[in-house]
Write a protein that binds this ligand. Structure first.
Ligand code: ACM
Length: 664
């Protein structure tokens, strides 16, 4: 096991410049320059430009991260005055955060010094992150390899949605994810703050919203100000979402009079589309929303506010005679038209508050002003239709990271859909996209592993040229960036072992890890069909530990491909060693399951792995007869091993199946 795994991991470690640097997102232009800039304890950074507290603090953190990664006791812990610094940063202005923010920068690294130039302090921040990804080492010490880089984003809106409602995600989760976003040059945090399952922000105007709708788990207004400031210090805008008129059960616990059906209401504990919906026919609704949104506008300085608008199933509206009558009187032929009526009124409130309205693609309707933004999630067509109709658009379809699909899938999904035929004018309306971390099946403990490292690949899709889309190359860089994200406090890797320790104790982690390393959780919404998930259900089981991209399995499958392509005896030996490890591991797993019932559910996966590992060994052995009967039985076993169990799938079946298929 040890030899094989160490080898597999070594496949992804480069020596500097023998390979391209592990930059993510990849810059627009990069060229190698002669020599390196060496880093030692005398390393200094200088700033030249108008006072920017946030850039000064950013540069100070930069120095600390360099020190942390190198172990160097750097003397100057913050930027120094003068023009002889090792890294000279110059910029022209302090940026306001909006769609026009200039995030471009240029970087020149030479043995004599490094120069980072940007038009704005935010551009300089983006350049500092690039620099940190270039920090390398050799026997002589640490250095920045010589490059000249000219960089700017492809899209102005590169977002991550955090649903802090389905499962409460407190302050520290938001803050560390803002750091991770900045590391990969993302610039919009979309905070989904209200849901059937929780109202997660303090309202002083309507205090029963958070008091009765949150189980006590909400952001105080002081905390919100801290999040907004923390984000702004990293060049990140915060767009709040108050999802209306559906997804509103938690509002009605305290204010049932807002609903289209009489209460009382309770906070939702189940998932799926719920019936409770705001009554759009009452004047009270708009008085309430105006007061509430005015209060929220004071907390969020960004120019955009998201009103959700998704998944209104219309059941409460249909069942309400007053609403039916209202539709008739107003000449509204459908619930869609009624919702458009509602949205027009909400848009007017937001316009008065100097906010541009954003909504999910359900809200697309020609009655709405062209100033609103459509966020496409159900498919790509709404994006195309809206952009052609003159609306600014965002793509989230294909970036649903809660569905735990591989990074490669998201990486190949472009904000400008292939073959969309968008006109030149419509193309200008594509602002970018957002990865969406819906939180039905994540907790503060697991959420980082569902966001990272995959979202770094999405960040690259939003920033880098469309043609930068080689999946193998992306995966090589992604694994390096994944480790760098840990230095910011992200838990996506750390909690992998921690969660295994909880299930089986420290001494048994290697056994469990050998299996989980080659499992992935089942994708899409399948987990909701496999078990009845409620807000309180455990998220500590193997499908919560297993990663969306099982890198060990990917490396094994690649080793098989290499072996079959060129017949390397070394590769064959490594494959055999790995197969033997899996066979032996199953014996340990059987014993473990006797002591720890929580892992009994994955025994069939372990058994399946062991069984097909034996097949692989037989296929690689010259003494075994591989007749038709053997192949038939092998195919049955492989098909069985490929079946999902315990909401997980074995990801090395394809590799072993190739070995089996290759022999006759
Ligand atoms: C959504 O996923 N309901 C926007």
């Amino acid at each position: 096991m040890r030899t094989a795994t160490v080898f597999l991991l070594c496949l992804v470690v480069f020596t500097a410049r023998a390979q391209p640097p592990a930059l993510m997102p990849w810059p627009q232009e990069i060229a190698e320059a002669a020599g390196n800039f060496s880093v030692n304890e005398d390393f200094t950074v200088s700033l030249s430009g108008p006072a920017s507290n946030r850039l000064s603090a950013y540069a100070t953190r930069f120095i600390s991260r360099v020190a942390g990664r190198t172990g160097l006791f750097i003397t100057q812990w913050r930027p120094v005055a003068g023009d002889s610094a090792g890294l000279q940063i110059s910029y022209n202005k302090v940026a306001a955060l909006n769609l026009q923010t200039d995030e471009s920068y240029q970087l020149n690294i030479a043995p004599s010094g490094m120069v980072l130039q940007a038009n704005t302090d935010v551009g300089a921040m983006r350049g500092l992150e690039t620099l940190l990804q270039l920090l390398s080492s050799n026997a002589a010490g640490y250095y920045f390899a010589g490059y000249t880089i000219k960089d700017s984003p492809r899209f102005v809106w590169r977002g991550l949605l955090l649903d802090v409602c389905r499962h409460w995600l407190p302050m520290e989760v938001v803050l560390r994810n803002l750091d991770a976003m900045a590391a990969v040059k993302m610039n919009v945090l979309h905070l989904h703050l209200t849901e059937d399952q929780g109202f997660r922000i303090e309202s002083k105007v309507y205090p029963k919203l958070h008091e009765m709708g949150s189980d006590g788990n909400y952001f105080t207004q002081e905390e919100i100000r801290k999040i907004v400031a923390y984000a702004a210090a990293r060049g990140i805008r915060v767009v709040p979402e108050f999802d209306i008129p559906g997804h509103t059960t938690s509002w009605f616990v305290g204010y049932p009079e807002l609903a289209a059906a009489p209460g009382p209401y309770e906070i939702a504990r189940k998932y799926g589309v719920h019936n409770p919906t705001i009554d759009p026919t009452k004047e009270y609704t708009y008085v309430f929303l105006e007061k509430f949104l005015t209060e929220m506008a004071g907390l969020f300085p960004d120019g955009f506010m998201h009103i959700g608008g998704d998944e209104n199933n219309g059941k409460q509206w249909n069942a309400n005679a007053g609403i039916t009558k209202f539709k008739e009187n107003q000449g509204l032929a459908s619930n869609h038209e009624l919702q458009a009526y509602f949205n027009v009124k909400v848009a007017a409130i937001l316009t008065q508050l100097n906010k541009r309205m954003v909504g999910w693609d359900e809200i697309l309707d020609e009655d709405l002003p062209r100033s609103i933004v459509i966020q496409s999630w159900r498919g790509k067509q709404a994006l195309i239709d809206a952009a052609e109709a003159g609306y600014d658009v965002l793509l989230s379809n294909g970036y649903y990271i809660d569905l735990v699909q591989p990074a490669a899938y998201h990486y190949q999904n472009d904000p400008i859909p292939a073959g969309s035929g968008l006109s030149a004018e419509a193309l200008q309306h594509v602002l970018g996209g957002e990865a969406t971390m819906w939180a039905e099946l994540v907790s503060p403990e697991t959420v980082d592993s569902r966001i990272w490292p995959r979202t770094a690949a999405i960040a690259e899709r939003f920033w880098s040229p469309a043609g930068r889309n080689d999946t193998d190359d992306m995966y090589q860089r992604l694994q390096i960036v994944s480790v760098q994200l840990e230095e910011l406090g992200l838990l996506h890797r750390k909690n992998y072992a921690m969660m295994m320790r909880r299930l089986v104790g420290e001494e048994n982690v290697p056994t469990l890890k050998t299996l989980i390393d080659v499992l992935e959780p089942i994708e899409g919404y399948k987990r909701h069909r496999a078990r009845k998930y409620r807000t309180w259900s455990p998220l500590t089981r193997v499908p919560d530990i297993a990663q969306p991209d099982a890198f060990v399995a990917m490396a094994f499958n690649k080793l098989v491909d290499d072996y079959l392509a060129n017949g390397s005896q070394l590769a064959k030996k490594q494959i055999k060693e790995q197969l033997l490890v899996w066979v032996e591991n199953h014996k340990q797993m059987r014993q473990l399951a006797n002591k720890y019932p929580a892992i009994k559910e994955i025994l069939p996966l372990s058994e399946g792995l062991s069984g097909i590992a034996v097949l692989g060994m037989q296929a690689l052995s010259s003494t075994k007869a591989h007749d038709a009967a053997w192949h038939q039985s092998a195919d049955r076993m492989l098909a069985d091993a490929a079946k999902p169990r315990a909401e997980c799938e074995l990801k090395v079946v394809t590799g072993i199946a190739k070995i089996v298929a290759a022999v006759n």
